[in-house]
Design a protein around this ligand. Structure first.
Ligand code: ANZ
Ligand code: ZN
Length: 878
């Protein structure tokens, strides 16, 4: 007998087992079908899944199941970003080896993931801490080395004295280590670098073609690469210092040269160092600068400080005009040339500096609406530099020109004037992007496959000796890198000359591990190469990548660099790893606070409607607690819900449906118990509705009758409209809209069932119900795959819905039903939407405003007017 209720607790594991036995989600390497690669950012094995993971992987799973049904050979893999500090910290605290901790966490999280019923190809699972993975990474390192993409150089690093490791600039927050909170020091170390700066221009230019990436991510990458067009300008020293006769500065505003008031050097500039040798006070000042802030933001906000070296330089356009040379704390040594000329009137930092040291300022660029004296007064009283454009004034031959004209004129003059055998100026493009220092003084990472020999220098480990495995017998009871203390691992003969030598004890930045895992999934068990050329050619690029916006810069940029480095070292042909990128919103939750100020977890809270309001109480008792703001789920505020609890109480389908349905996928979704119950009810409803439809539907495979009448025709139209709209919404990753359409479809079918008057139902209607029921289940299957299988079987199908093809919308049925409307923003067409011919204005408005093209054209401005010309056009005015 057909049970009244759908029992998810029994059904979910049963279907998961069947999928696994049938290997329904295995990617084929050589099927004739076109490939589709969908990837979610792989998790760090912290030990527990959180709802953010559930949302991320549910989205990927909808796409994977959808594309599979559409006939694609889908690659949807999963793995573990398994190296990193937390494992070492756990080892120091509990004594468990990092490997033990990591693999136990992986096992726990894998089990959790499996309860979600994700259509993953588990045969391709990888963990970056497996020697099979990091050994191939070592091969990549050596291949990059051969191809000239690796460098070894001394560089200043941020040193965290508590964690005893080098930190990336982004890991230094307000001068302190991001994890330890310790004050960060500057140290000089010899480090390994990937030469990502060789790819600056390519990485920047290619952003334009990444049309399926969010604009905001592309902008963040552009800013990070930070291209500046400017000039090198050489200033002659009035008196040479030793052999030094000139100072070279980088400027993006050569047009302002006639407003120059000083030249400033970084504390580490060679000339500053030379001058400091003769001037102890300058040496002390330079030391102070070095101890100061390192990050660009911190330097920006720190008080400007300088030291007058007593040196003077000659102005390039006037031999009788000299300027003082300062050492200043706001000049970075590793940008441009480590030297600038300061133009206080038109640069805020320069103005702050000049005010402090009484260097004065001269207006040389002025808007036509002001006269230069007015502007001068304005700057003097407000203390604000004029950084906008205008016409050149007080600038000799530049007077009257626009800023671009003046830049051009200065460039033409200086590039053709000789000075000490070279031109006095050169056009120059600079980038903010720095080479990627990958050396980390840590144990739990990929060993850098190098052996240092006194005689031969750094020697690559021979390929036959890869992987260089991490030694297992290490301890974490002392600070520092255990590899440094492990003498039998560290001391080895030189591969070149056989003399005693030592291994490189630094391991790679864990960002390296995540920069090519997408490629490894193409060929995860390859025992020699990172992946075969054929496998990479088959699967790359990833067609749809999904993950958090927090990875918008580094991870994505490093991966883009890696793809190019792999291309240039003979591994793969694609330069862009991710053709489409989607950044999903977070899962957020209300916060609760007890009268004593303690945070209270949601499962300890009972929500009641009392006196017309929503109020919260401790689960047992009548103690009222405060309902606080909705925030990102976090342990510290206890506002988390545990995926395990949700799956146990409601089932995986409910969890999946909820995280997909409540808001657009790029926005935050608010988790609430009420919402979860709503999703649960819909899962149950699908089961009931299937039963009702099954009773009146024609058998599987029934031939269509020659004609359809009234109700049958209406049902068919609803079916095909639902297919068309749900498909389009899934394709555009608007899962919430797809689900909304499916829910409406269920309502339409319920009404149709209510309207049935004849028994048995006429053949045309029976056929229409069969078609509708099959479509409903196939449409909902990507979101709620378990209940879909249960219903699919109940409807009499022999195979799996997971392996069934996607339903196709019949254009003839659609034609009478759907109309396409152009959407204009301020008079320009930006999108085309497909809506029901009788859709109301609110529906059309929502659909129109949700379009990417419309959103982009609105540029975040408020909507002023929405004009619908029925069946013709939509006009949005902002
Ligand atoms: C003179 C000048 C006049 C400048 C003016 C700006 C405005 P971006 O866009 O960041 O490339 N600069 C150059 N090297 C520097 C360094 N190592 N540390 C700190 N500042 C440096 O900006 C380039 C501008 O930043 C350059 O143009 C230089 O100041 C300064 F009205 O030159 B400018
Ligand atoms: Zn040697």
């Amino acid at each position: 007998m057909r049970p009244e209720r759908y029992n998810f607790a029994e059904a979910e594991p049963r279907w998961q087992k069947i999928w696994e036995e049938k290997q329904s989600f295995k990617a084929g390497d050589s099927t004739g079908a076109p490939k589709y690669y969908v990837l979610e950012m792989f998790p760090y094995p912290s030990g527990r899944l959180h709802m953010g993971h559930v949302r991320n992987y549910s989205m990927g799973d909808v796409i994977a199941r959808f594309m599979r049904a559409k006939g694609f050979d889908v690659l949807h893999p999963m793995g573990w970003d398994a190296f990193g500090l937390p494992a070492e910290n756990a080892a120091a605290q509990t004594g468990a080896h990092p490997a033990q901790w990591t693999y136990a966490n992986i096992a726990a999280m894998r089990a959790q993931l499996k309860t979600l019923g994700l259509s993953l190809d588990w045969s391709r699972e990888i963990a970056t801490c497996d020697p099979e993975y990091y050994g191939r990474q070592q091969k990549l390192f050596l291949d990059f080395l051969k191809a000239g993409i690796v460098d070894r150089k001394k560089s200043k690093v941020n040193w965290d004295p508590v964690d005893m490791t080098v930190l990336a600039n982004e890991q230094v927050i307000d001068g302190r280590g991001w994890r330890s909170g310790a004050l960060v020091e500057q140290r000089e170390l010899t480090q390994w670098f990937f030469k990502i700066t060789d790819y600056s221009e390519e990485l920047l230019a290619a952003l334009d073609d990444l049309e399926r990436w969010p604009d905001k991510v592309r902008l963040m990458q552009r800013n990070w690469i930070g291209r500046s067009e400017g000039m090198l300008v050489r200033f002659t020293l009035a008196q040479p210092l030793g052999d030094t006769r000139e100072i070279e500065v980088f400027t993006t505003r050569a047009d302002t040269l006639f407003g120059a008031k000083f030249v400033a050097l970084a504390a580490d500039h060679p000339l500053a160092k030379a001058a400091a040798e003769k001037d102890p006070a300058l040496a002390a000042f330079a030391d102070e600068c070095r101890r100061g802030a390192t990050s660009a933001e911190a330097i920006e906000t720190a008080e400007k400080m300088g030291y007058d070296t007593g040196l003077r330089v000659v102005h390039p356009f006037d031999p009788n005009w000299t300027l003082p040379v300062y050492v200043a704390n706001f000049i970075l040594m590793d940008y441009g040339t480590g030297a600038i000329f300061g133009c206080p009137a038109h640069d805020q930092r320069d103005l702050d500096f000049a005010t402090k040291y009484r260097l004065g300022f001269k207006v040389v660029v002025c808007p036509e609406s002001l006269d230069p004296q007015q502007l001068e007064k304005q700057i003097a009283t407000s203390g604000e530099a004029f950084e906008a454009e205008g016409k050149l004034v007080n600038s000799d031959f530049l007077d009257g020109m626009t800023v671009p004209q003046a830049k051009d004129d200065v460039a033409n003059r200086l590039t053709t004037t000789a000075l000490f055998g070279h031109p006095q100026g050169e056009r120059k493009v600079n980038y903010k992007l720095r080479d990627w220092g990958i050396s980390r003084q840590r144990y739990w990472g990929c060993p850098i496959p190098i052996i240092h020999c006194e005689a031969c220098g750094p020697v690559p480990v021979p390929e036959a000796d890869l992987p260089v495995r991490l030694p297992e017998d290490v301890s974490f009871d002392q600070p520092g890198n255990p590899l440094d203390r492990h003498s039998s691992w560290k001391n080895v003969p030189c591969p070149c000359c056989g003399a005693p030598a030592r291994r490189e004890t630094d391991t790679m930045d864990t960002f390296v591990d995540s920069s090519w895992y997408y490629a490894r999934f193409a060929d995860p068990h390859n025992e020699t190469a990172p992946a075969s050329a054929e496998a990479l050619a088959r699967w790359l690029p990833v067609d749809q990548y999904i993950g958090g916006i927090e990875h918008a810069i580094l991870h994505l940029l490093y991966s883009r660099f890696f793809a190019r480095a792999m291309r240039d070292s003979g591994h793969a042909a694609v330069a862009e790893p991710f053709a489409g990128l989607f950044t999903q919103g977070m899962v957020v939750h209300e916060t609760y606070r007890a009268p004593d100020g303690q945070w209270v977890a949601p499962y300890d809270v009972r929500i009641e409607a009392r006196d017309g309001g929503r109020r919260a109480f401790l689960v047992d008792g009548d103690v009222e607690i405060d309902i606080g703001p909705i925030e990102k789920m976090s342990k510290s505020k206890k506002n988390t819900v545990d995926p395990d609890d949700i799956v146990a109480s409601y089932g995986a389908d409910t969890a999946r449906l909820f995280v997909l349905s409540d808001s657009p996928p790029d926005r935050d979704v608010i988790w609430s118990d009420e919402g979860a119950q709503g999703a649960w009810r819909f899962v149950q409803r699908l089961w009931r509705l299937t039963g009702e439809l099954g009773r009146v539907a024609a058998p599987v495979g029934a031939e269509p009758p020659p004609a359809f009448h009234d109700l049958a025709l209406a049902v068919r139209k609803a079916t095909h409209r639902s297919i068309a709209q749900a498909s389009e919404n899934i394709e555009r990753l608007r899962f919430n809209s797809a689900i909304a359409r499916i829910r409406e479809f269920a309502n339409e079918l319920t009404s149709a069932l209510d309207a049935v008057t004849e028994t048995p139902v006429p053949a045309d209607l029976a056929f229409a119900f069969r078609e509708a029921a099959d479509a409903l289940i196939r449409l909902v299957a990507p979101m709620t795959p378990h209940v879909a299988e249960e219903c699919w079987a109940d409807l009499g199908h022999k195979g799996l819905v997971a392996e069934a093809p996607w339903p196709a919308a019949d254009p003839t049925l659609l034609a009478q039903e759907m109309i396409s409307l152009p959407v204009q923003v301020n008079g320009k067409k930006r999108a085309e939407i497909l809506v029901a011919h009788d859709a109301d204005e609110e529906t059309i408005r929502k659909e129109a405003l949700a379009q990417d093209g419309v959103q982009r054209a609105m540029e975040g401005k408020p909507l002023r007017k929405f004009i619908l010309v029925p069946k013709r056009i939509v006009n949005v005015v902002v």
